[in-house]
Design a protein around this ligand. Structure first.
Ligand code: SAM
Length: 197
């Protein structure tokens, strides 16, 4: 874990110039999430905040966002870029130790983040506690699973951070007490939505 944190701290200053952002595709993914005005949303592994303006647009001024990341450097970039949007709390820390209260979020979004979690079953159980009844967890990537795994394979720090097939992850979510409502494991994106039931 600390290895990962050091890695992301080191690459934070280049992240936005190396990460291709296809705004249309990200907007389409966020549209699929089904956020509503006034929602309280956790952006887990927020990084430099790529997703924040899209979430903000969907939930409006009545909504609240909590951006959590264990890399202080990544999150500092996010705050610098989007702190002025308002309604966003920035929390540096390991998501596995983040406990703001029970049932406090309507939605938890993991954008290009889920493979970096080591104990995935524990993560799902942990997030379930943070969600309200009927709230949902979304695991999504703006590239394919194969691309995610190829990128990670080339980097010593994250080479074991694999993204499993959608059907496999869906099985884990069901075991953790979610109802999986959508699985897309396609050649240009990955999207799983699971409702706390
Ligand atoms: C691949 S980056 C994605 C960042 C952003 N969501 C994006 O799509 O550009 C993954 C992020 O997750 C963070 N991260 C990894 N493991 C974490 C953990 N256990 N708790 C909190 N943040 C974590 C990293 O610091 C990094 O910023």
């Amino acid at each position: 874990m600390s290895n990962g944190r050091e890695f992301f701290d080191k690459i934070a200053s280049q992240w936005d110039s190396t990460r291709a952002v296809d705004s249309k595709k990200i907007a389409a993914l966020v549209e699929m999430v089904g956020l509503e005005p006034g929602f309280s949303v956790l952006d887990a592994g927020s990084g430099t905040g790529v997703l924040l303006p899209f979430i903000k647009k969907a939930i409006g001024s009545a909504g609240k966002i909590t951006a959590v990341d264990f890399s202080a450097n990544m999150l500092a970039k996010a705050e610098e870029k989007y702190g002025s949007l308002g309604g966003i709390s920035f929390a540096v820390g390991d998501i596995m130790e983040f406990v703001p209260g029970h049932g406090v979020f309507d939605a938890v979004l993991c954008f290009n983040f889920f493979p970096h979690i080591m104990d995935k079953q524990k993560f799902m159980t942990h997030i379930r506690v943070l969600l309200r009844e009927g709230g949902f967890l979304v695991l999504m990537h703006d590239i394919s699973r194969q691309q995610v795994n190829a990128i990670h394979q080339d980097s010593e720090a994250v080479k074991n951070d694999r993204l499993a097939p959608g059907e496999t992850v869906s099985g884990w979510l069901t075991t953790a007490g979610y109802q999986v409502t959508q699985i897309i494991d396609a050649e240009d994106r990955y999207f799983i939505k699971a409702v706390k039931s």
